[in-house]
Design a protein around this ligand. Structure first.
Ligand SMILES: NC(=O)c1ccc[n+]([C@@H]2O[C@H](COP(=O)([O-])OP(=O)(O)OC[C@H]3O[C@@H](n4cnc5c(N)ncnc54)[C@H](O)[C@@H]3O)[C@@H](O)[C@H]2O)c1
Length: 339
């Protein structure tokens, strides 16, 4: 398939699916042929705008269509498992938005299904893995530029979008969990979480989750859709240097602080500790929209039969952490070990 355009369908063209539509139209190695949305008003509006495409309100009508190579799914999370399974079973390559599913058993099933054909991608939309700043941070960490990693914390805060099918952990934390797994080089061993449900009494609007990685490294994730400020921040504290990634900054997104503390003699801790305040370095981060990079990566993987960077196994790892976080919130913050 590598020298011709793949033929794609998009299922779900709401808030985020509209962005995926734009990215697909700007990618010259894919031809978007079919659009599906359960909302008839949305279909009418899109059909008027794109008269050359085929439209339907029922995804089942597209599942067996031999003229579709790949499908991108941007429907509400509660529908992901059924829609992704139907298309993958029918022989299509599948991109599904985060979170992969809202249950561990569904995610397990999809991961098992994908094993049957490893050359056909089942990719999860862990967008931040495709962010040029995250790519740069990963390279800096892997090159030892920060020393040993002690801990990483992230903040993803805003007022809205409030969801009802899933709590704030499932809605927003997939991004942060995927970043932490990527930067730490593996999944956590255990998690503990606390959350608060204020708007509905049943669905958490704010959550704080601690992730325990090997060798004592820690991660902390703060997510909220009930916060006065929009924040998108990742802080990495290493033994040599510290790094701040602020995605709200237009240009200077990464700052590397030559700061640290060293204990020269454990026996005389108080007097031997030395604090270092050095320069702040602001590297130039390549400008590339993460969504464009993500969609192109999916299309390339379909054309070349490659395994995506955020494949279904990573989707399953993220769902495991989310499910453990949920369990911990129910149990008052108990530490839950991941199997
Ligand atoms: N990667 C990101 O940064 C990011 C950002 C926002 C949302 N998302 C994800 O995108 C997905 C959609 O979120 P959204 O904010 O666009 O939601 P939305 O409610 O705005 O849009 C969902 C669309 O799917 C349609 N739909 C619902 N059920 C359907 C079905 N069975 N068949 C066909 N169409 C159906 C709805 O009519 C609607 O148009 C979610 O999984 C969400 O987590 C990802």
């Amino acid at each position: 398939m590598s020298d011709k355009k793949i033929r794609a369908a998009l299922v779900g063209v709401g808030g985020w699916g509209t962005n995926i539509l734009r990215a697909l139209l700007a990618t010259d190695t894919v031809r978007l042929t079919h659009i599906c949305d359960a909302n008839p008003d949305r279909i009418r509006a899109l059909a008027a705008q794109y008269p050359d495409m085929a439209f339907t309100e029922r995804y089942a009508e597209l599942v067996g269509n031999p003229d579709i190579d790949a499908v991108l799914i941007a429907t509400p999370a509660i529908t992901h498992a059924d829609i992704a399974e139907a298309f993958f079973e029918a022989g299509k390559a599948v991109f599904v938005e985060k979170p992969l599913t809202l249950s561990l058993s569904d995610a397990d099933r999809l991961a098992g299904l994908a094993q049957k054909d490893p050359t056909r991608p089942l990719m999860v939309g862990h967008l931040l893995i495709y962010h040029p700043a995250v790519t740069m941070i990963k390279d800096i960490i892997d090159d030892g530029g920060l020393g040993d990693i002690y801990y990483i914390y992230t903040k993803r805060l805003n007022l809205g979008v409030v969801r009802q099918d899933e709590n704030v952990l499932w809605s927003l934390a997939p991004h942060d969990i995927s970043i932490l797994i990527h930067l730490m080089g593996g999944a956590p061993e255990a998690v503990s979480a606390h959350g608060g449900a204020y708007l509905s009494q049943t669905v958490q609007d704010v959550a704080f989750m601690t992730l325990f990685f090997s060798s004592g490294r820690m991660g902390e994730i703060h997510v909220s859709w009930l916060d006065p400020n929009k924040e998108r921040k990742t802080v990495v504290v290493g033994s040599q240097k510290m790094l701040v990634f602020d995605d709200m900054e237009a240009t200077e997104k990464i700052r590397i602080y030559d700061k640290g503390a060293q204990v020269k003699s454990a026996a005389d801790f108080a007097r031997s500790i030395s604090i270092r305040h050095g320069d702040i370095h602001i590297p130039l981060v390549r400008t590339q929209e993460p969504l464009m990079a993500e969609v192109r990566h999916f299309v390339d993987c379909v054309r070349e039969g490659k395994r995506p960077n955020s494949d279904v196994r990573q989707g399953l790892e993220v769902v495991k952490v989310l499910a453990a976080g949920d369990e911990s919130m129910r149990e008052g913050g108990e530490i839950i070990r991941l199997k």
